[in-house]
Ligand binder design. Structure first.
Ligand code: E4P
Length: 230
């Protein structure tokens, strides 16, 4: 069971990595764009190499920016060459349901020895097929599933059961995490990994009553110290 950080921000990755609680990092074009990564492919390469080196041997997922077959293959090989721990993220299908990505996923895993994280999935059924195609990771977007009106926990539990039943190697990543509670509930439901933005990890750790208790210990500790010195 593991937590991946869903960010491209170096400072946040360093901060949580130093605590020893990270087991990987995921990114996507939306996150990197919002975080101001610029300079085209060179800019992406520099950031990805930096993160990959920082968290090695834990995996870093980097998403391709196209659905055109040759370009996906080219980017996937390029990304994978940036570090042994780079996993290439590919959406399960194109914007209009085009299915070429599934062939590419299969090809990358079986012929090019590239680890693939199949992403943007909303159901156990999609994830099962991606796992059968050979994906190393299958990413289901739990928050978006919940927003569609059905509970992501049910999908995660069913998916984990069939992956185990058929001995499929894919690890389940649940992303699109909206609430602190999601992290533990999705791991409990059967996710191998949950991805979270830094603020949610901080929310997991910091508790108002713990703050109050620590303040009490510090105040009484100071009184005790004064008494011992007297
Ligand atoms: C997962 O790896 C994705 O980057 C991410 O969790 C998507 O979340 P969103 O629904 O907040 O865009």
């Amino acid at each position: 069971m593991a937590i991946f950080l869903d960010t491209g921000t170096l400072g946040e990755i360093e901060r949580f990595h130093r605590m020893g609680v990270l087991r990987g990092v995921t990114t996507n074009p939306t996150i990197l764009f919002k975080e101001g990564v610029s300079g085209g492919m060179k800019g992406l390469e520099a950031r990805a190499r930096h993160i990959a080196k920082l968290i090695a041997p834990y995996p870093l997922s980097v998403e391709v920016t196209t659905t055109e077959r040759e370009a996906v293959l080219h980017q996937a090989r390029e990304f994978a060459s940036w570090g042994d721990n780079i996993v290439v993220k590919v959406t399960v299908h194109g914007p209009d349901g085009e299915l070429e990505n599934m062939e590419i996923i299969h090809e990358l895993e079986t012929r090019h020895d590239i680890r693939v994280n199949v992403t943007a999935m909303m159901s156990a059924q999609q994830c099962l097929l991606a796992a059968m195609a050979g994906a190393s990771y299958v990413s289901i977007f739990g928050g978006r599933v919940n927003n569609m009106g059905y509970n992501a926990c049910g999908e995660i539990t069913r998916l984990r059961r069939v992956l185990d039943q058929f001995g499929l190697k894919a690890r389940i990543i649940v992303g699109s995490t909206r609430e602190v509670l999601n992290i533990i509930e999705w791991l409990e439901a059967g996710a191998h990994i949950v991805t979270a933005v830094p603020s949610l990890l901080e929310g997991m750790l910091v508790h108002p009553y713990t703050k109050e208790t620590v303040r009490m210990f510090l105040a009484d500790g100071a009184k005790l110290e004064a008494k011992l010195k007297a």
